[in-house]
Design a binder for this molecule. Structure first.
Ligand code: SF4
Length: 589
């Protein structure tokens, strides 16, 4: 809503009149489908890295108090700048109204500028915008008044964190007081509740709460705000299916549920819910990988389960094939399942062979970890899609060249995945060294003291550490990276970091496994090369990555039919790449 909050990130901007045609196009597109679209007015305050031209720009806040997440020391807003922001808020609202949007929402959530003015720990001003509760409310109330003056009787609401979950953030009681006051003065048509704060790592987890956080966990607090204000209340936060939203509404916690990731995963979710086709909904699993993960990495948001999202212009809608072929898919992990579904959707005859009894590949192992059960949701979603298509699924069927020649498909998709990679461990025969997959599958005895050698620095090492600590083992997580979960989306990582800390797990950064001698584990510091020695280690668990399974690919060399490779059999990565490659091949053949 004001240039002082903008950075080089591709965020929506309403700070000058040139934005109006763009917002008008959005409104038109949404209205065409019977939807309504509101514009959120926000300013990050100090809660931003604010990069401009590759450099860190000045950040502004009510007071010069440092930010604990982005490590910014903001500049205190001069009084005339505060007044300018109030006016700019009204003008931004006017632009959105002129563009034809249906409502305006002030974003006073997540510790950003509006919330910072409300917070006595973030606002220590001595002018009329700081000090007493009335003064700390002034910026918000003046902005709301400016919005109202510019948009007339248009719907105007406010988003607020019911609790910022940061020691120096707004707490439940503070938020109830703010909401009560705004209800008393009839400043709002509704309140949109969420949780958390951008200003610290603990509160940030709740900005996009990951898998492992309870579904609809903000709802009870939203219900309290609804009770004290009497206003319509929206609530968001891990509400990923219509059934869960329905429970929230029936319990009287809220009047409407916000569902962002659920809509990214399945944009048809509302229509399917309205038509009572609940089993057809592809549910978000809260992995945070391609939605907020892509956003933080500077890419368009997408979804691991819906790779078309964010690539609509590039890829276009799926089109039926003009020539139906017989497609053999070898491997029923995520890549093979997605390829089979996509090819079948286009009208091809698909045979999907999986060597094991169950479809799902490594996702089946992932779901065995604490709080990762929803990971299996992507397999459930794909199985449901397979069930609706005429796909010939053959379980316990390993594909080899003889089978290919017998089935004589027109094209073959090889999605045979990966198997564990274990580096040489000197003296391995003198110690107890086991692989992560066998531990996950429950097939090995472990000593009471376990060291996990974590090369991938992702969910496998952290998940195993939590699982084994919960089972009573003393756990050390030696990670060959600056920190555990280095390759995870940061909210997923930080949520897990807190759990590891609560369980007393020792994390050893920059450590690569080297050898073992009885109960002594030898590691090497990846930067200094110094030895890192750990005594009294009963078992070393190797979470040291994977290597592609290329047997079938090699067997098929010289076959006079097209052979495509997808997923980990190309090179082991994550489930996102597996699903994306399966999708691309399925739509290209
Ligand atoms: S990437 Fe994961 S968290 Fe994000 S929308 Fe898709 S399933 Fe949900």
């Amino acid at each position: 809503m004001h240039a002082s909050g903008l950075s080089d990130a591709p965020d929506l901007n309403a700070s000058d009149d040139r934005c109006i045609p763009g917002y008008a196009a959005i409104a038109k597109a949404v209205h065409k489908h019977g939807g309504r679209v509101f514009g959120q007015l926000s300013h990050p305050g100090k809660a931003t890295r604010r990069i401009k031209g590759g450099m860190r720009a000045v950040t502004f806040a009510p007071s010069a108090i440092p930010d604990n997440r982005f490590h910014t020391m903001p500049r205190e807003m001069p009084l005339d700048m505060v007044e300018e922001l109030v006016a700019s808020c009204g003008m931004a609202a006017r632009r959105l109204a002129e563009a034809g949007l249906d409502g305006i929402e002030i974003v006073a959530s997540h510790g950003m500028l509006f919330a910072a003015f409300l917070n006595a720990n973030a606002n220590v001003r001595t002018d009329r915008y700081g000090g007493s509760f009335e003064n700390r409310m002034r910026f918000l109330t003046e902005c709301l008044a400016a919005v109202r003056a510019n948009v007339g009787d248009m719907v105007v609401g406010m988003r607020i964190s019911a609790d910022e979950v940061e020691a120096d953030g707004l707490h439940k009681g503070d938020v109830l007081t703010v909401c009560k006051e705004l209800a008393r003065t009839n400043a709002l048509d509704y309140i949109n509740t969420t949780l958390g704060s951008m200003t610290g790592p603990g509160g940030s987890i709740h900005v996009v709460p990951p898998m492992g956080v309870e579904n609809a966990y903000v709802a009870p607090q939203a219900g309290k705000i609804r009770a004290v204000t009497g206003l319509p209340v929206f609530v968001a936060g891990r509400i990923n299916q219509p059934q869960i939203a329905e429970q929230v509404l029936r319990a009287g916690f809220a009047d409407m549920c916000g569902m962002t990731r659920a809509m990214i995963t399945d944009p048809d979710m509302p229509n399917k819910a309205a038509e009572k086709r609940l089993d057809d909904i592809r549910a978000c699993i809260g992995c945070n990988q391609a939605c907020i993960g892509h956003y933080h990495a500077g890419y368009s948001i997408s979804c691991i389960q819906n790779p078309l999202t964010g690539r609509e212009h590039e890829l276009g809608e799926l089109t039926p094939t003009t020539y139906a072929k017989t497609i053999l898919v070898a491997g029923g992990g995520p890549a093979g399942m997605r390829a089979a579904v996509t090819a079948a959707e286009r009208g091809h005859r698909v045979i999907l062979c999986e060597a094991n009894r169950q479809l799902g590949g490594q996702a089946l192992l992932g779901q065995l970890l604490p709080d990762r059960a929803e990971f299996g949701g992507l397999v459930t979603n794909l199985e449901a899609e397979i069930g609706k298509l005429n796909i010939d699924v053959r379980r316990q069927t390993r594909v080899d060249r003889a089978l290919v020649e017998m089935l004589a498909p027109d094209e073959i998709i090889v999605a045979t995945g990966a198997k564990p990679y274990e580096p040489p461990v000197e003296g391995r025969e003198d110690g107890h060294v086991v692989g992560a997959w066998s531990v996950l599958a429950g097939g090995v005895n472990l000593g009471s003291s376990v060291l996990i050698a974590d090369w991938r620095a992702d969910w496998i090492g952290m998940g195993l550490a939590e699982m084994l600590a919960l089972a009573g083992h003393k756990v050390q997580l030696a990670v060959n990276a600056p920190h555990a979960g280095y390759n995870l989306q940061l909210y997923v990582r930080d949520h897990w970091m807190a759990k590891l800390d609560n369980l007393g797990i020792t994390v050893i950064p920059h450590a690569r496994i080297y050898g073992v001698d009885g109960t002594t584990a030898y590691l090497v510091h990846a930067l200094s090369g110094n030895a890192v020695v750990r005594e009294d280690v009963d078992t070393i668990v190797l979470a040291t990555g994977h290597t592609p399974v290329t047997t079938l690919e090699k067997e098929l060399h010289g076959l006079r039919r097209p052979v495509h490779l997808a997923g980990d059999c190309l090179t082991p990565r994550t489930v996102e790449e597996a699903l994306y490659e399966g999708f691309l091949i399925g739509r290209s053949i």
